[in-house]
Design a protein around this ligand. Structure first.
Ligand SMILES: [Zn+2]
Length: 62
């Protein structure tokens, strides 16, 4: 069951957060944005929104 429309502000915000909260290659697994061990809570939550979004939206992996 999908909870979010892919063009909603919730989903676009999650996509931006997910793109920002990724570990840098040389950061020893720490999130580039908040510094928490990757995947950080922000990335996990954003990923959950992505997974609950209507088909057709693919979250950025980078
Ligand atoms: Zn983060």
């Amino acid at each position: 069951m999908y909870l979010f429309e892919r063009d909603s502000i919730v989903v676009s915000t999650a996509a931006e957060l997910l793109a920002a909260h990724q570990p840098l290659a040389d950061s020893m697994g720490s999130c580039a944005t908040c510094g928490a061990t990757a995947p950080c809570l922000t990335a996990i939550n954003a990923r959950q929104i992505a997974e609950a979004t209507t088909a057709g939206w693919q979250p950025a992996d980078h």
